[in-house]
Design a binder for this molecule. Structure first.
Ligand code: DC
Length: 210
């Protein structure tokens, strides 16, 4: 069983994916971490974010098992990851490892931008998790300030919009819902309510496969 979860930044995909993986005993892969790790390695080495050959070399050497969410979750790294992710050869270097992961038993949950469309187009269950840019920026703001950090709502909002445009507008594997994805709009819905809606759909798919 493969569950593909896509959507824009800060829509709640991560929380929802982890909750689903825990509930069903499936392995979870946050594919954004691979793009983030590639971007961070480039930044740490003082290398440019737009040299495709250099970035591909870094992406090809990544170990998907060794990615540290706490280190990679910083806002600026997300922005850098979005820039690195427009390059087709970087995507090619990362996607095969994601496909291999998806075949783990008894099942997997992968979240990202292109899981239902490119990485696992045959996944039996796909979700597209979204929310308005205002709500997503507010959630990011609350998360940062809740952890004792300083944040500027307007700057985060502008960043969310810019990231949406880049992720949806790129030529290779743009963010968009797969034709057979179930839409979950979390603007007016708690993540718990989204999980309950997702669970009904997953249980039905598991029953069909049983
Ligand atoms: O989900 P995230 O915020 O960690 O992702 C960071 C960036 O990585 C995102 O803005 C675009 C890119 N990304 C991608 O292009 N494809 C994926 N499957 C996951 C992330």
């Amino acid at each position: 069983m493969i569950i593909a979860i896509d959507g824009p930044a800060a829509a709640g995909k991560g929380t929802l994916s982890r909750r689903i993986a825990e509930t069903y005993g499936f392995s979870h892969l946050d594919t954004g971490l691979a793009y983030r790790a590639t971007a961070k390695a480039l930044l740490d080495a003082g290398l440019p974010l737009d040299d495709e050959a250099v970035a591909e070399g870094v992406a090809a050497k990544l170990d998907l098992g060794g990615l540290d969410r706490a280190v990679l979750s910083r806002h600026e790294i997300g922005e850098a990851a979005s820039k690195v992710a427009v390059m087709p050869s970087v995507r090619r270097a990362l996607v095969e490892a994601q496909r291999q992961f998806s075949r783990m038993l008894p099942g997997t949950v992968l979240d990202g931008r292109d899981i239902g469309t490119v990485v696992c187009p045959d996944a039996p269950v796909k979700f597209y998790v979204t929310a308005s840019p205002e709500i997503r920026a507010r959630r990011r703001y609350d998360e940062i300030t809740g952890n004792g950090g300083a944040a500027d709502y307007q700057a985060i909002f502008d960043d969310v919009k810019r990231r949406d445009e880049r992720d949806m507008g790129r030529a290779d594997s743009p963010l968009r819902p797969a034709a057979d994805a179930h839409l979950l709009d979390t603007s007016e819905m708690s993540i718990e309510a989204a999980f309950q809606a997702a669970k009904i759909i997953i249980d039905a798919a598991l029953n069909r496969n049983a």
